[in-house]
Ligand binder design. Structure first.
Ligand code: F6R
Length: 364
């Protein structure tokens, strides 16, 4: 049941500190501060390039993973939408590994992409939330997310636990191939271990985000921008808003604004800026200033340091705890979920069962 919550989606958003913790618990040895994934029947050391395929929110988890695995494990990653990948029939490297991400483990396009990759001799790894699913059964190795059943059609806790598993995978690959030192691994493990606590802190902004949502509920279009690890979270934020509130929203790489989307900006367009104070902060901040200068209503998601620098040009802010760059995308997902949720509740849409959508897409 929904317990004390009004919707499954709300319950599932609030379960995130616990299920991220459960997922970490499965893969992290707290005594040694090291990550231990289940044995896999192949080694990533022999792999020259990794292919990741998924749909929707799970695809955005793949985009984050590409960034992590390239940056922290030095392994090149191709990431693709399953419905594109399967019909393009791309050539795949001999002895390669392909990774499929799916909450349900039943998404038809993802399954078809898996079968294609298998027919091309790839080793198949999947990250699923349903252990007995078809995608899990047809994989050579399975990494589980410990999100528990996700009932709300819009994916929330499945996404953040997918990211948690992918973070562990990126660190494992980087450690095993020598890209990541013991100290770097320990630092990331520390940051991951603190995530449940930080996620709980973000949930405390629920009332403030509900207030904020009132000013977005009347918008026709909403833009989400971010860079680097913040870019997929911008995409995810926009998808959440579209799905449950039926407001048109787009996620963009902040650097792309001046190549087109900035033309959309006027006083009526809220711009959600995802900008932790990391190495790309100044770049994203300048895109935010450009948007504000054109009258856009900026909603700025950052930490104390970022807000101290530029909070005053925003029409609203959400302050997140300062965390290691690596884990920031997991944390910054939570306020964009909450925002979409409260906009939808304010508009009175069916949050858990949005029109035209199914929880598990087993048809094309
Ligand atoms: C978005 C959403 C969908 C799913 C997509 C893939 O909130 O839920 O975009 O992420 O249909 O589903 P799975 O992960 O079950 O393969």
């Amino acid at each position: 049941g929904k317990g004390n919550y009004n919707h499954f989606m709300q319950k599932e958003i609030f379960e995130q500190p616990a299920v991220i913790g459960d997922t970490l618990h499965a893969f992290i040895n707290p005594a040694t501060r090291t990550i231990k994934l289940p044995e896999m029947p192949f080694s990533f050391d022999d792999v020259s390039r990794l292919t990741i395929v998924a749909c929707g929110t799970s695809f955005y988890a793949g985009m984050v993973a590409k960034h992590w695995i390239e940056r922290y494990a030095g392994l090149g990653v191709d990431v693709d939408i399953a419905s594109e990948f399967r019909y393009r029939r791309p050539p795949l490297p001999k002895g390669g590994v392909a990774l499929f991400i799916s909450q349900s483990g039943e998404t038809l396009d993802t399954l078809a992409a898996l079968r294609y990759a298998k027919s091309k001799g790839q080793k198949i790894v999947s990250i699923v939330n349903v252990a007995e699913s078809t995608i899990a059964r047809e994989s050579d190795a399975v990494l589980l997310t410990y999100a528990g059943p996700e009932i709300g059609v819009a994916s929330t806790k499945a996404f953040t636990t997918q990211l948690t598993v992918l973070a562990c995978l990126a660190v494992t690959i980087g450690r095993d191939n020598g890209t990541l030192s013991k100290d770097e691994e320990a630092a990331i493990v520390n940051a991951l271990t603190e995530l449940p606590k930080h996620a709980a802190e973000v949930l405390h902004h629920d009332d403030a985000i509900r207030e904020l949502a009132i000013n977005i509920a009347d918008a026709r279009d909403v833009l989400y921008i971010g860079r680097g690890l913040g870019y997929p979270i911008a995409m995810e934020g926009a998808l959440k808003l579209k799905e449950i509130s039926y407001i048109h929203a787009e996620g963009y790489a902040a650097g792309e604004m001046k190549h087109g989307p900035i033309a959309l900006i006027d006083q009526s367009v809220p711009i959600i800026v995802i900008a932790p104070s990391d190495e790309l902060f100044e770049k994203t901040a300048s895109n935010m200033q450009e948007a504000a200068a054109r009258g856009g209503r900026v909603i700025f998601l950052s930490d104390a340091q970022g807000l101290a620098k530029l909070g005053d040009i925003a029409s609203a802010t959400v302050e997140l705890p300062k965390v290691a760059d690596f884990v920031a995308p997991i944390l910054y997902t939570i306020p964009v979920q909450m925002l979409a949720y409260h906009v939808a509740v304010h508009k009175g849409t069916d949050v858990d069962q949005p029109r035209n959508l199914a929880k598990s897409v087993t048809v094309e």
